[in-house]
Design a protein around this ligand. Structure first.
Ligand SMILES: Cc1cc2nc3c(=O)[nH]c(=O)nc-3n(C[C@H](O)[C@H](O)[C@H](O)COP(=O)(O)OP(=O)(O)OC[C@H]3O[C@@H](n4cnc5c(N)ncnc54)[C@H](O)[C@@H]3O)c2cc1C
Length: 685
């Protein structure tokens, strides 16, 4: 179905045409039919076609390796000193696939269903079904590469459960799944680097998109070591530059994660979809004070075995905060396992948005267990007991002592989550085998991103966007272990097919010169921007402004949002942006390694994106997934107090077109059609 959506002109919404290019036919046949009918590029022609891939995380790394393997010439860019250091390396818990190895009823349809439901019915059915369909291939591909997924005693691939689902479909490599998958993609890339099919540009940052006759034809990249601006041309440009959670300053993302590439293409015509959809992850190490620059995730996999609670009585809360009582001294009947209480069906494995809001609700009510009042417990004592007894039975130990049970149980927990426990102990200086972890929600992932059609092409011809950087598959809330799945699906199994359709029309284009007016202008644009930043010579550091932005975002655009707060955020962010451009101080010079200059460019983009983010949240006057509007709450019945979605008015993707100032951006709607899934109230009770 070629989806044309036409709208009338209002203040922020104009006549628009968004072509999502969803293929015709039944849902389960769409992808197969599409692949069968897609135009192909013959091998001899592939050798004459260049593709730029910006980003070497799981999305970009897998795409670059696959495209080069197919015969295209790939130019690959990342700002780190090695592709291997992309943020994807941080992913801990696992990757979903509908293999049904546990024989617990899983199927492509169930993975599709869980993902659409988990995303609160704000994602495109066709994309999500395709994702589920190719999920199994990803595991096969990675196993073939040698990724050491966790295995059970018999040597078969093991699975664990993640939030929002009732099956076990998450493949994992201890708490280092991202690292192992990235090593797989990196080795596939390296094979092509060795063959000369991928030219790797480490320590290069894409700072502008170059368009020629409306098509993406290249980029301007800054060599971060020399400061030199370089022109690179190609027949297509793929953006795989990750998410923008660092717009909040504090997040679980890598310190370098940024929105610059996505924002630059947005300013050159790529629509930006659903910027307000952010995932706040419930299990992160709580903030410790004002001078912190990074938050640390404790993987969701821990909720398989950890139970979340706060004390029932305020006296116990006070005693804990004053250090008079230890959490282990609070009796079972005086603990409030609030997720198990409120959501008996899913318990501690409710989706992230639900778990985060429930933690906030308890802490707002005064039950937070640390000094800042922003922490709840994640407790492994009962899992240690359960596993300990099981292990004792297996070892035929009769009447094992309590100590023996704890020893055996702790060993099981260590084998499952050892590196996470070690990380927690190193940061908090408490032993989580002996005392419950403290956790609190933190910004973790952005479901919003560059709008793409079914082929993953943006609204700029020849410019594609994959992985976390695009908006595609997760709707208003991403389920755990599905980002790695999406990034690798895009890079290994979707883009390599769909890009051929576009490139089949490029076989006669020939080499693209970088000496054109368009490249010259784009380079000058970048050079002027850098000069402007360097010449401000103000008094405040880049971080000063980034922190202010983060505070405004967290306060007004964080876990709960309302109209007044969002309007305030928009005006505050505008002011911070004005102040930044008149008072930022960037030491050093532009012609050498200058991390402050790098940061300044990124924060300048965050300061624009932040405002659009708030504007998007303001127009979406419904609660859905990670976007909770205080004005839109269930008032009665079993769901009282839960988020209230409004399908009549908001079942659409909001795709924003750049028009200068972020406040002038124009919204285009892609109406979401649900033909194979019934829109229901999301209940995990
Ligand atoms: C702590 C943590 C744990 C997680 N655990 C899981 C998990 O268990 N399971 C799961 O499914 N998901 C998990 N996620 C989410 C998942 O890791 C990410 O969504 C995913 O790895 C993003 O991959 P990506 O390839 O899209 O981008 P990234 O891995 O962020 O890669 C971005 C790449 O783009 C490059 N880049 C960016 N901007 C530029 C530029 N302007 N010029 C040049 N290069 C640029 C970078 O150098 C990098 O190579 C986790 C996330 C975090 C923060």
């Amino acid at each position: 179905m070629l989806c044309f959506i036409i709208f009338l002109r209002t203040k922020n919404q104009t006549m628009s045409v968004l072509k999502s290019n969803i293929p015709e036919g039944p849902l389960k046949d769409k992808w197969t039919n599409h692949k069968n009918n897609i135009n192909l590029v013959n091998p001899a022609n592939k050798r004459n076609i260049d593709i730029i891939v910006v980003g070497t995380g799981l999305a970009g790394g897998s795409a670059a390796a696959s495209l080069a393997e197919m015969g295209y010439n790939v130019k690959s860019f990342c700002y780190q000193d090695s592709p291997r250091r992309a943020h994807s390396i941080a992913a801990q818990g696992g990757i979903n696939a509908s293999k049904n190895y546990q024989n617990d009823g899983d199927s492509d349809y169930r993975l599709f269903y869980d993902t659409v439901k988990g995303g609160d019915y704000r994602s495109r059915e066709s994309n999500v079904y395709r994702l589920a369909e190719v999920s199994g291939n990803i595991i096969d591909q990675c196993v073939a590469q040698g990724v050491p997924f966790g295995r059970d005693y018999g040597g078969l691939l093991d699975n664990r459960s993640f939030g929002g689902v009732l099956v076990s479909r998450t493949f994992y490599a201890k708490g280092q799944t991202g690292q192992q998958l990235l090593l797989g993609a990196y080795s596939a890339m390296n094979r092509q680097i060795g063959k000369g099919k991928i030219k790797m540009y480490n320590r290069h940052e894409m700072v502008e998109l170059v368009k020629v006759d409306g098509k993406a034809r290249g980029i301007i990249a800054r060599n971060l070591e020399t400061g030199e601006l370089e022109r690179h041309s190609a027949h297509a440009v793929v953006i795989a530059t990750g998410g923008y959670g660092n717009v909040f300053f504090l997040s679980t993302n890598a310190m370098g994660s940024n929105a610059t590439a996505a924002w630059k293409i947005h300013k050159k015509g790529a629509f930006f979809a659903n910027p307000c959809y952010t995932q706040i992850h419930p299990t992160c190490i709580p903030r410790s004070g004002e001078h912190q620059s990074k938050l640390t995730l404790m993987s969701e996999s821990l909720r398989n075995d950890g139970r979340i609670w706060v004390p029932k009585n305020m006296d116990d809360v006070k005693a804990i905060r004053e250090g008079k009582v230890k959490p282990t001294e609070i009796s079972e009947e005086n603990r409030d396992y609030y997720l198990e209480r409120r959501y008996p069906a899913f318990g501690n494995l409710v989706p992230r948005d639900v778990a985060s809001r429930a933690a906030k609700e308890r802490c707002d009510a005064g039950y937070g267990v640390n000094q800042t009042g922003e922490a709840v417990y994640l407790d492994f004592a009962s899992a240690i007991q359960r596993y300990g007894k099981q292990e004792a039975a297996i070892a035929r130990i009769e009447n094992p002592s309590t100590e023996k049970i704890i020893e055996l149980g702790a060993a099981v927990i260590e084998s499952k989550y050892g590196n996470l426990f070690q990380m927690y102990e190193k940061i908090v200086a408490e032993n989580p085998y002996k005392t419950p972890m403290m956790i609190y929600p933190a910004v973790h992932y952005t479901m919003g991103g560059v709008w793409v059609d079914y082929n993953l092409m943006t609204t700029v011809d020849g410019c594609y966007c994959i992985g976390e950087a695009n908006f595609s598959d997760h709707g208003a809330n991403r389920l755990g272990a599905s980002a790695l799945m999406q990034g690798l699906a895009d890079g290994y199994f979707v883009l390599p097919y769909t890009i051929g359709d576009y490139l089949s029309n490029e076989i006669r284009t020939g080499n693209i010169s970088t000496e054109s007016k368009e490249f010259e202008n784009a380079e000058k644009e970048v050079s002027d921007r850098i000069d402007k930043l360097m010449n401000i010579k103000g008094t405040k550091s880049v971080d000063h402004f980034h922190k202010l932005l983060g505070k405004a975002m967290w306060e007004y655009v964080g876990m709960a949002r309302n109209e007044a707060g969002l309007k305030k955020a928009m005006s505050e962010i505008k002011q911070i942006r004005t102040d930044f451009w008149s008072d930022v101080k960037i030491p050093g010079d532009k012609n050498s390694l200058n991390p402050e200059l790098e940061k300044a460019g990124r924060v300048a983009d965050f300061l624009e994106l932040g405002e659009l983010f708030a504007k998007d949240a303001l127009q979406r006057n419904e609660s859905c997934g990670g976007h909770f509007r205080e004005e839109s709450v269930e008032l009665d019945g079993e769901q009282k107090g839960e988020a209230k979605r409004n399908d009549n008015d908001f079942a659409y993707v909001a795709a924003w077109e750049h028009k200068g100032d972020p406040s002038d951006a124009v919204m285009h709607k892609e109406e979401l059609e649900f033909n194979d899934i019934e829109l229901k109230q999301r209940s995990y009770k």
